[in-house]
Design a protein around this ligand. Structure first.
Ligand code: WQD
Length: 337
């Protein structure tokens, strides 16, 4: 069976994709420098899969580490390793350009030298900027509202041009809002510090680590006044990566939205999480957060047509798996690994 290299494979999306690829029969190698992930996840991947994890510790910016990973006999790469915090990118744009843009090019140079020409790229719905037409389709214009988004738009352009110039097989997956955790509660989203993102913030309120959710504005042009987003269960997102690789192994490149097509508001997410926890989770309405757009949700048609992909998990599954995960984390298995 083919062997896939996951750069950033110890991270949130990467670790769930690791499990999905192994279940699909792929061999997998992880390259990760643990700059934004917990080394303990490796032991939990061993527990989940019942097999050792082939790990190379290092950054995509280190040629020797990338060469060591590619020497495993790699048939394709899923490139997760990147910086991904919008706010941080405003404060440290050069760090984001170096890791995200130079990192992709450094990786592709080593891939080309090793004759590995299949790559799935972790992109984001943020490349649509501040859209005014919904739902979002892949042919819509790209723009950036942050240095982070600029790096993702630029990387998509690099991949597009590389595929025109050489025989690269490229899969670009534009994630909407990944949430939730593996049903085992052994892997999940593990943000450092106070989370920027909605679900992990609500999870910390539910755990009593944060006092209340502040809703960033309720005067938007949506039914309940709070922003609409297209939340997708990380298990669905992981499966989309398997289907993307299957297509690349047949030489079928693609650029696809990976979302459910169903918008959910902040208050709806809060209500769904509260229902799963079974008690009130305090929240207040605060001012708008700079940079937020009122609506962001996918037209998932193309992923269905090209990959046969459809999201299967609903909002309650997303909330329940998140709640199970944060409780398991707090129960200390993380320190036992
Ligand atoms: C969702 C909604 C907030 C926290 C970001 C990045 C995107 C991608 C996913 C990397 C918004 C509201 C949030 C809170 C709130 N990251 N909210 N109170 O902004 O859609 O996307 O994460 O690829 O690039 O931009 O996700 O979860 O931060 O916010 O009211 O404490 O929840 O205002 O409307 P977002 P989010």
């Amino acid at each position: 069976m083919a062997r896939i290299l996951l750069t950033g494979g110890a991270g949130y999306i990467g670790s769930h994709t690791y499990v999905a690829l192994r279940a699909a029969g792929y061999e997998v190698t992880i390259l990760d420098d643990f700059s934004n992930s917990d080394p303990g996840v490796i032991d939990r991947l061993v527990r989940l899969t019942g097999d050792e994890v082939d790990l190379v510790r290092g950054s995509v910016l280190y040629p020797t580490a990338v060469q060591a990973a590619l020497s495993r006999g790699i048939d394709g790469v899923v490139h997760f390793a990147a910086r991904k915090a919008v706010g941080e990118s405003v404060a440290k744009p050069l760090d984001y350009f170096e890791t995200n843009i130079s990192g992709l090019i450094a990786l592709m140079q080593e891939m080309k030298a090793a004759g590995v020409m299949r790559i799935v790229f972790s992109s984001t719905a943020t490349v649509y900027g501040e859209p005014e037409v919904f739902p979002l389709t892949e042919d819509m214009p790209l723009s950036h509202t942050s240095p982070y988004a600029f790096t993702k738009v630029t990387c998509e352009r690099v991949l597009e041009q590389a595929a025109r110039a050489d025989d690269w097989a490229v899969g670009v997956l534009r994630y909407f809002n990944p949430v939730g955790a593996h049903p085992s509660a052994l892997i999940g989203e593990d943000p450092r510090g106070v989370p920027d993102n909605l679900m992990p913030y609500i999870a910390k309120v539910a755990m009593g680590e944060l006092s209340r959710l502040q809703v960033h504005g309720n005067d938007y042009d949506t039914p309940d006044g709070t922003c609409w987003r297209d939340y997708i269960h990380v298990m669905d997102l992981a499966r989309a990566h398997v289907q993307s690789l299957d297509a690349l192994m047949e030489g079928r490149g693609h650029v696809l939205n990976i979302g459910t097509g169903t918008p959910v508001s902040v208050l709806e997410m809060h209500g769904a999480y509260q229902a799963v926890v079974g008690r009130e989770l305090p929240h207040v309405i605060g001012p708008r957060r700079p940079g937020d757009v009122p609506r962001l949700y996918a037209d998932p048609t193309k992923a269905r047509e090209v990959l046969g992909f459809d999201a299967e998990f609903g909002l309650e599954d997303m909330c329940r798996s998140s709640w199970d995960w944060v409780q398991a984390q707090a129960a200390g298995w993380r320190f036992n690994s």
